[in-house]
Design a protein around this ligand. Structure first.
Ligand SMILES: Cc1cc2nc3c(=O)[nH]c(=O)nc-3n(C[C@H](O)[C@H](O)[C@H](O)COP(=O)(O)OP(=O)(O)OC[C@H]3O[C@@H](n4cnc5c(N)ncnc54)[C@H](O)[C@@H]3O)c2cc1C
Length: 380
């Protein structure tokens, strides 16, 4: 499937170990995690022990020293095993890079090795009840007072929020300013007075992913936990990271398209209607041919983008295109595949039903598709 020269035998070996771990230690328990509404800490520790967390982080900080293809392999394998919503990528490939790229030496040394070992789980908290797309409008404040910042405000929909030990919080250190007043602060949750987590939110899909509200009431964060040590850089840091984050999110869309098509081909080969196999009807083959074409185009663009990223040629517009296009196509593909399953497709014990519910999120989280088109449109 993957043809890029950047994808090597080393990635394949890595894939074999990831697949074994997911098949034997995660997939058998996945329904329990869905019922619990989160992935237990032991799984994070085990993933860390096996080297499956922070695979792109530099080895000097305990990471794997890998690249975006390592991230892709983990996402593909979890998707194949019907555990699409596992958030290792969020911890490893979205949050760890903030610390690695922008953090002070002290911040990198304190957090990255523990994140790589799975000893601490990380979350990122930008979105607030007042709005998510308009990040400049956030109202959470972090006001300097002596050796600390005093954090006040509220966040919503925060993934990993129920289990997180370390939360990268976007807050205004200068509320009089817009984007230039935003900073990112690293909040250690253990023993943090004034910090509370809301209940796990009930969602349409992604049931094993804990999404919560977070509340901050005069929470003290030491000044040394201001990411990078300079105030007012938060908005810029977020904007610079978002294109890669969107590319990572499109990996899940592509992997879900491919898995759903494979499952549907197999289902329609088995299912008999009016005395013949469902796949023998021309409509089935036409629908699956359309799905397959969308998946192949999405896969090609994804790999083009990953290679561009590795070669330093990736930009905001490509990130926005990858995210909106793949999340829209996966939605269409999953809808057609579900339809081909008939009533069984609507039953949650069938993977297609869960994929359909889980993947709907892709058009919203990490910046909605409307915002993606806005970003592309500005450059026309
Ligand atoms: C399950 C889940 C997990 C999430 N995880 C996290 C997380 O870990 N951390 C985090 O910080 N956030 C997280 N989010 C939040 C997510 O990023 C936001 O929901 C998203 O950015 C949209 O913000 P909003 O919900 O406030 O919608 P709004 O911004 O209120 O948007 C509402 C509608 O208006 C449209 N719209 C807004 N502005 C424009 C515009 N300029 N032009 C055209 N249309 C526009 C949007 O596209 C959307 O259709 C998560 C969300 C969900 C559902």
């Amino acid at each position: 499937m993957i043809r890029s020269p950047h994808y090597t035998d080393g990635h394949e070996t890595f894939r074999t170990s990831v697949r074994r771990f997911i098949e034997t230690e995660i997939a058998p328990h996945w329904n329990d995690f869905r019922k619990e509404g989160h992935v237990p800490r032991e799984i994070w520790r085990r993933a860390g022990e096996l080297g499956f967390l922070c695979t792109k982080t530099a080895t000097e900080y305990g990471g794997g020293g890998g690249d975006l293809y390592h991230c892709l392999v983990v996402i593909e394998e979890q998707t194949r095993a019907q555990a699409s919503e596992l958030t290792f990528y969020l911890h490893s490939d979205i949050i760890a890079p903030y610390i690695e790229l922008y953090g002070t030496d002290d911040q990198k040394a304190r957090y990255l090795p523990r994140m790589a070992r799975g000893e601490i789980v990380a979350a990122i908290a930008m979105t607030e009840p007042g709005g998510g797309s308009d990040l400049q409008a956030i109202r959470t404040t972090a006001i300097a007072d002596g050796d600390s910042y005093v954090l006040n405000g509220q966040k919503v929909f925060i993934s990993n929020g129920h289990v997180a030990d370390l939360i990268c919080v976007a807050a205004k250190t200068d509320p009089a300013q817009g984007a230039k007043g935003i900073s990112l602060l690293l909040l250690e949750t253990e023993g943090a007075e004034g910090f509370t987590r809301g209940r796990k939110l009930r969602k349409v899909g992604c049931k094993a992913q804990d999404s919560v509200e977070l509340f901050f009431e005069d929470v003290r964060i030491p000044r040394r936990n201001l990411l990078g040590g300079v105030e007012g850089k938060g908005f810029q840091q977020l904007m610079l990271r978002l294109p890669e984050e969107r590319l990572i999110m499109s990996m899940s869309s592509v992997a879900n398209m491919e898995s759903a098509i494979e499952e549907t081909v197999s289902y329609t080969r088995e299912r008999k209607v009016f005395g013949q196999r469902l796949i023998d009807l021309q409509n089935t083959r036409f629908k699956l041919a359309e799905c397959k074409t969308k998946a192949v185009l999405a896969r090609n663009f994804l790999e083009h983008c990953i290679d561009a990223f590795i070669d330093g040629r990736f930009d905001t517009v490509q990130g926005a295109m990858a995210k909106w296009w793949s999340s829209q196509r996966v939605y269409e593909v999953l809808d057609e595949c579900l339809q081909l399953h008939g009533g069984y497709g609507y039953m949650t014990e069938y993977p297609i039903a869960r994929r359909y519910a889980d993947q709907r999120l892709a058009r919203i989280a990490g910046g909605t598709n409307e915002i993606m088109k806005e970003l592309i449109g500005r450059t026309l």
